[in-house]
Ligand binder design. Structure first.
Ligand SMILES: Cc1cc2nc3c(=O)[nH]c(=O)nc-3n(C[C@H](O)[C@H](O)[C@H](O)COP(=O)(O)OP(=O)(O)OC[C@H]3O[C@@H](n4cnc5c(N)ncnc54)[C@H](O)[C@@H]3O)c2cc1C
Length: 236
């Protein structure tokens, strides 16, 4: 498979760095083709703006999604965006490696989504979710946390990790783009205990060896919703 790793951590010696390095070596030794977008090393621009386009369709009133749509047609994205989009089209499987920051992705990765997951490329009026532009690809979040596992349960202090914390990424970004998100890999509180860290590295290695067997997260097909954007009664 062609596997793309989107990696967002500012410190190469971090535990996130160790998980990314492990993925590169393990997946390569399994015969996969691996590319890494190391966003901090690339100094990836996180803030969307006018300079993301070679030419503006309307420079009197700047509307980001309209310019994105135009850039898809004219091949008019800045080079950094174009390169990331090409990597996505090349990939069969995308791994997102990052620490959970404020219940979400670090800003540099949020900016990557804003700029790379462009209107007209990833989505349009009738192209989203199971008809999104990246259909046919799988994606997996590989994250680390500061809070422990029991804080991320339905009655835990931080809320259910799947339904409350990661839903906006897995459903709102990955599934929205057409990709099929699989169960995330989570290393809980890796800063506390060396024994835990070794266990997580071992578990991650096992997971990388069976990437194609990881269960997908089940979301409704877009046809299960009516024109009012509500889930049809028979699917409730
Ligand atoms: C802005 C911000 C917001 C945050 N928001 C949240 C939040 O909303 N929810 C939450 O739960 N947490 C939050 N956190 C905490 C954050 O998620 C954790 O600090 C982070 O996930 C820990 O991962 P790390 O890679 O940064 O760990 P590091 O601290 O870099 O690494 C942990 C330890 O692993 C060691 N290590 C590195 N490589 C290896 C190796 N190969 N083998 C063994 N050990 C190794 C390192 O030396 C280090 O001692 C936040 C932190 C910040 C800065």
């Amino acid at each position: 498979m062609n596997i793309l790793i989107i990696y967002a951590h500012p410190e190469p010696k971090s535990f996130n760095g160790a998980l990314k390095d492990l993925a590169v070596s393990e997946l390569t030794s399994l015969g996969h083709h691996v590319k890494v977008s190391d966003l901090y090393t690339m100094n990836f621009k996180a803030v969307a703006g006018r300079e993301d386009f070679i030419e503006l369709q309307n420079d009197k009133f700047f509307k980001y999604a309209v310019e994105q749509k135009n850039a898809v047609k004219t091949k008019g994205f800045s080079k950094d965006i174009e390169e990331e989009q090409e990597k996505l089209l090349w990939a069969d499987f995308v791994i997102f490696q990052f620490p959970l920051w404020w219940y979400s992705v670090p800003a540099i990765l949020k900016g990557w989504f804003d700029r790379v997951f462009a209107s007209g490329f990833i989505y349009s009026g009738d192209m989203r979710y199971d008809t999104g532009g990246l259909k046919g690809r799988k994606a997996m979040l590989s994250i680390t946390t500061g809070s422990p596992k029991h804080a991320y349960t339905p009655f835990g202090m931080d809320g259910d990790i799947h339904e409350k914390i990661l839903y906006h990424i897995n459903h709102g970004m990955l599934y929205f783009s057409g990709m099929e998100p699989v169960e995330p890999f989570i290393a809980w509180t890796p800063s506390h205990d060396e024994e835990d860290r070794q266990m997580y590295l071992e578990r991650y290695k096992e997971r990388l060896n069976r990437l194609t067997e990881i269960p997908s997260i089940r979301y409704h097909s877009s046809t299960n919703y009516g024109p009012d954007h509500q889930l049809k009664d028979k699917y409730r």
